[in-house]
Ligand binder design. Structure first.
Ligand SMILES: [Fe+2]
Length: 469
């Protein structure tokens, strides 16, 4: 059953130790502009007593930081002490139903919601470090020790039932934070959109009625707009509240209902346009920017949702075929797509990232993690770092056999326009050795310019970011 990902079962049965230490044995050279703090979140624990989680989204979140100083690199990693984590630690066993795992007498919060494992992303904001899960309040962590300080309510503007996603967006000029959350309901599902200033002061919360309770994971910001790619991946709330039904089981793909873009004014949060865009699925958007009167939206499109490919651990991505990097040129006034471009790299890929200094501006370079064995049946995993450009060039780093990549490829900008480094993770699954790897962002094919070995193996994470100090 190894398919194209031998030893992947070892990646998902790691007993990841918390730690804080200076990295030793660094090979190569870390570019001198890589100075600051890297943060990564992801699911790290998939076994609790006799219970083995089935789905990649089920694991408890662990945040990892790398502090890049003048003389050394310091790693810290700690589990987020979420309500789920604390309650289950006290009980000595799993208590809560998760995204893809149900068990006898499992609990839901208020009988309707999952207890978040807080395992998707982590961002510094307004002098604080916030760890996010798919829904619910973020948790504040100590910036250095990563100790969990508690749920963060934005000055009590949010509460335990506020829907709040794991993909906040930051305006690199104003420092504002925008985010969204879906209030799932079979009768009146709502998209909630939030705006906070750089000091975390509340500016607005706007609600938009949705045609159906669809799953939305991400969105994009341009200078004037917030853009949502609404795919008809629909949650059956009644089913979820039943015995033994996971969120995964309660989601249904209904492509016949079509996908659409919802374009909102950033200034007011009000709707500006709705644009029909076919019947594909989008998990992550790469960026949005404006060019004269057009809104340009770069996304990773799939022909169907990918969450069912995150199970059953360790047989991930068994049936994935391809992904398409798509650039949509949208006429907002006419509520139509003027032009659609696709890149020729079509391996399954995810975690698109750009130079964060260019958020809301045109950025023709971006980076993804890809799966080299896409289209072949059987287990596989992320094993390529790919630099793509909208001139349709690509540059690929292929990980060695039995090595897998993780962590959104984070771009750290250098002093010149075409200087930059990419940081991501690599795990030698056969020998259980973890590394952070740093690449020349514009020549990833030549391999890492620096390899940073860890004392003990850690999980492969989801989203990451870098704070230059
Ligand atoms: Fe994500």
């Amino acid at each position: 059953m190894d398919g194209h990902a031998p030893f992947l079962e070892r990646v998902f049965s790691l007993d990841v130790r918390e730690g804080s230490y200076v990295l030793e044995g660094i090979e190569g050279e870390i570019p001198d502009y890589v100075r600051g703090n890297y943060y990564l979140n992801g699911p790290a624990r998939f076994v609790q007593g006799d219970l083995k989680y089935r789905h990649w989204l089920d694991g408890d979140g662990m945040v990892c930081s790398l502090q890049f100083g003048e003389k050394d690199v310091h790693l810290t990693n700690r589990y987020v002490r979420s309500r789920k984590f604390v309650d289950e630690a006290e009980a000595g066993q799993a208590l809560y139903r998760t995204f893809g795992t149900a068990f006898d007498d499992d609990a839901l919060i208020r009988g309707i919601a999952l207890a978040s494992p807080v395992n998707v992303s982590v961002y510094p904001f307004a002098g604080k470090l916030l760890a996010f899960g798919e829904q619910g309040l973020p948790y504040e962590l100590d910036l250095v020790s990563l100790e969990t300080l508690g749920e963060y309510t934005f000055g009590k503007r949010l509460n335990a039932i506020s829907p709040f996603s794991a993909h906040p967006k930051f305006d690199s000029e104003s420092g504002e934070l925008f985010n969204f959350g879906i209030a799932f309901s079979s009768t009146q599902p709502m998209l909630n959109v939030y705006r906070f200033d750089a000091q975390a002061n509340f500016i607005y919360r706007k609600r938009h009625a949705l045609n159906s309770p669809c799953s939305i994971h991400d969105f994009a910001l341009s200078k004037n707009y917030a853009v949502f790619y609404l795919s008809p991946y629909i949650l059956d709330m009644g089913k979820l509240m039943g015995e033994g039904c996971t969120l995964m089981d309660a989601l249904e793909w209904m492509p016949e209902r079509g996908s659409r873009l919802l374009v909102l004014s950033r200034e007011t949060g009000d709707e500006v346009a709705t644009v029909e865009i076919g019947e594909n699925y989008c998990l992550h958007l790469t960026q949005a920017f404006e060019d004269n009167d057009a809104l340009i939206l770069d996304v990773i499109e799939l022909t169907e949702p990918v969450y069912d490919q995150y199970q059953v651990i360790p047989d991930l991505f068994s049936d994935v075929r391809e992904a398409r990097s798509v650039r949509l040129t949208v006429d907002v006034a006419k509520q139509s797509v003027r032009c659609r471009n696709e890149l020729s790299y079509r391996m399954m890929c995810d975690f698109p990232a750009i130079d964060p200094r260019k958020t809301t501006q045109r950025c023709d370079d971006f980076w993804v993690l890809g799966i080299s064995q896409s289209r072949k049946p059987g287990r596989k995993f992320l094993d390529q770092l790919v630099h793509l450009n909208w001139n349709d060039t690509h540059d690929i780093y292929q990980a060695p056999a039995n090595h897998y990549l993780g962590g959104e490829p984070v771009f750290v900008g250098g002093p010149e326009e075409k200087d930059g480094a990419i940081i991501c993770q690599m795990l030698d699954a056969e020998n259980l050795k973890s590394f952070f790897v740093i690449f020349d962002a514009f020549d990833v094919a030549k391999g890492p310019v620096a390899t940073l070995p860890l004392h003990s193996p850690i999980h492969l994470g989801f989203h990451a970011c870098f704070e230059i100090t």
